[in-house]
Design a protein around this ligand. Structure first.
Ligand code: B12
Length: 209
């Protein structure tokens, strides 16, 4: 088994004590941080499929998510470049009713590396909390909404509407597995990206006009 396959297997099995060491071994062996990250994202895909099939349950999903987060911590310094330019502040969070945060955290990390100052609101963030954070923090240029559940997608729409109706001069970018370019346009968001890397590119484009 290659190191990347071993990393993937450890995330699937929720090996929280061993994953950091394995990710470090993969790095030391010369694997690219992006490839190691992809192997962990693939593992979460497998976990999702097993959950859908009724083979595993929420505790197994949770432990795999914990393992992935610990692996990402090791990768962090290798993924997000240090930016000196400042693109302003980005308020980011997962929409109300939704507790998934791995994707949101990856996006926050990449946006920070691109030059945004990050205000991370965490998970289960109400539309009003997003709006207040956009109003109260200094130099907010972007609000980024993450959503992983189809059931909470209406909350994403509600949040976009509230921010747009407020007239604040901020752009809104949305993403998450059930979100698409079409859905983003339909709910009035300014942008969408399918993954953390392209989120950084799109975000920069949005605030630079
Ligand atoms: C881990 C996990 C959990 C963990 C989350 C832990 C955590 N700290 O995040 C726990 C156990 C808590 C959980 C709970 C539930 N989950 Co869950 N979960 C997952 C799982 C397996 C992985 C998600 C993940 O981390 N993926 C890896 C990351 C890197 O990918 P990502 O989040 O998609 O993010 C990337 C992009 O989407 C994008 N992106 C993300 N956010 C943003 C934001 C912006 C602005 C941009 C531009 C881009 C962007 O960039 C990211 C990086 O590349 C998925 C399966 C899957 N295939 O996604 C199910 C899944 C999302 N869960 C699901 C379900 C049903 C649930 C529960 C309802 C289960 C239950 N019966 O209780 C609960 C809901 C709890 C709640 N209220 O939120 C379903 C959702 C079905 C649906 N369509 O609505 C899925 C798809 C599983 C399945 N196949 O059924 N879950």
């Amino acid at each position: 088994m290659s190191k990347l396959q071993e990393v993937k297997a450890m995330v699937e099995q929720g090996k929280t004590k061993l994953i950091a060491g394995k990710v470090q071994e993969a790095l030391d062996e010369g694997n690219k941080a992006e490839d190691i990250l992809q192997s962990m994202i693939d593992a979460m895909g497998v976990i999702g499929d097993r959950f859908s099939a009724g083979e595993i349950f929420v505790p197994e999903m949770l432990i795999a998510a914990k393992a992935m987060s610990l692996g990402v911590d090791v990768l962090k310094p290798h993924l997000a470049g240090e930016s000196t330019s400042s693109l302003g502040t980005c308020v980011i969070g997962t929409v109300e009713g939704d507790l998934h945060d791995i994707g949101k955290n990856l996006v926050a990390m990449m946006l920070e590396g691109t030059g945004f100052n990050i205000v991370d609101m965490g998970v289960d963030v109400s539309p009003e909390k997003f709006l207040n954070a956009a109003k109260e923090n200094k130099d907010v240029k972007l609000v980024a909404l993450s959503g992983l559940l189809t059931t909470t997608m209406p909350k994403m729409e509600e949040t976009v509407k509230l921010i747009k109706d407020s007239g604040l001069p901020v752009k809104v970018i949305v993403g998450g597995a059930p979100v698409s370019e079409e859905y983003a346009a339909q709910i009035g968001a300014d942008g969408y990206a399918p993954d953390a890397g392209s989120a950084a590119v799109k975000a920069k484009e949005l605030v630079n006009g």
